[in-house]
Design a protein around this ligand. Structure first.
Ligand SMILES: O=C1C[C@@](O)(C(=O)O)C[C@@H](O)[C@@H]1O
Length: 230
């Protein structure tokens, strides 16, 4: 997975899966935004494979990760999800891998089960320098199967820097996924795949976006299809 562009339908409600079928390649289950994620996963009988994400508040999500116990509980829930046969990929934050042994163990467990690891970095405050982004992408890509960087663009210059960093990482043979959040970065969701980004996220319904500036699934599918060879 992730060798070519992968379109991901992001949702907190696995009942959305039939609507994503035929368009998305994968469903991202945002466990941190979901009501009763354990029950939803156990009951899942959809066709699309799942990417599970349990994003902590310290990285822009909803689940508590404010102390060691909360982080252990969050990562335990993520690890438990790996046992579900529908789970093909897991998202783990680069910052968690850097500071928590428990996160490294979840990544190792995923690898042992043949579950791909998306190592993610989010910047909700702005866009780091191009050099810093290249280095973050490299660190994230080498810590898992794909390195993902989502930044917040304030202007076109930020969007261009992200595209350029994506191009550099791709040319270096790194498997990466990039997107700029916010209005100024919106077009990067369609354009970054041209520069090597391997994942695009979109909600099935634009009203249920999981990040600022996302296109709805059908629109992203169409835009990426027009611009790349999807
Ligand atoms: O990390 C990402 C990328 C994302 O933040 C985006 O900007 O599309 C959406 C999230 O659901 C996903 O986990």
């Amino acid at each position: 997975m992730f060798d070519s562009f992968t379109l991901v339908a992001a949702t907190a409600d696995l009942d959305d899966e039939p609507t994503a079928r035929g368009v998305a390649d994968l469903v991202e289950f945002r466990m941190d935004l979901a009501a009763d994620p354990v029950r939803q996963l156990a009951a899942y009988d959809g066709e699309l494979p799942l990417l599970v994400t349990n994003r902590p508040a310290w990285e822009g999500g909803e689940v508590d990760g404010s102390d060691a116990d909360a982080e252990t509980a969050r990562l335990d829930a993520l690890e438990a999800a790996l046992g579900n046969d529908a789970v093909a990929a897991v998202d783990i934050e680069l910052a968690a891998l850097r500071r928590e042994e428990r996160a490294v163990r979840v990544a190792e467990e995923a690898e042992a089960l043949g579950v791909d690891v998306v190592v993610s970095v989010h910047d909700f405050a702005g866009t780091p320098s191009e050099r810093a982004m290249v280095s973050l992408l490299s660190a994230a890509a080498s810590a898992g199967d794909v390195g993902k960087l989502a930044v917040t663009a304030e202007d076109r210059g930020d969007a261009l820097s992200l595209l350029s960093a994506t191009n550099t990482a791709d040319a270096a043979g790194e498997r990466v996924a990039t997107m700029a959040m916010g209005e100024a970065g919106r077009h990067t969701r369609a354009v970054a795949p041209v520069y090597g980004s391997k994942i695009g996220y979109a909600p099935v319904d634009a009203a249920e976006a999981t990040a600022p500036g996302q296109y709805d699934l059908a629109t992203l599918d169409e835009l990426v299809g027009e611009l790349s060879s999807r």
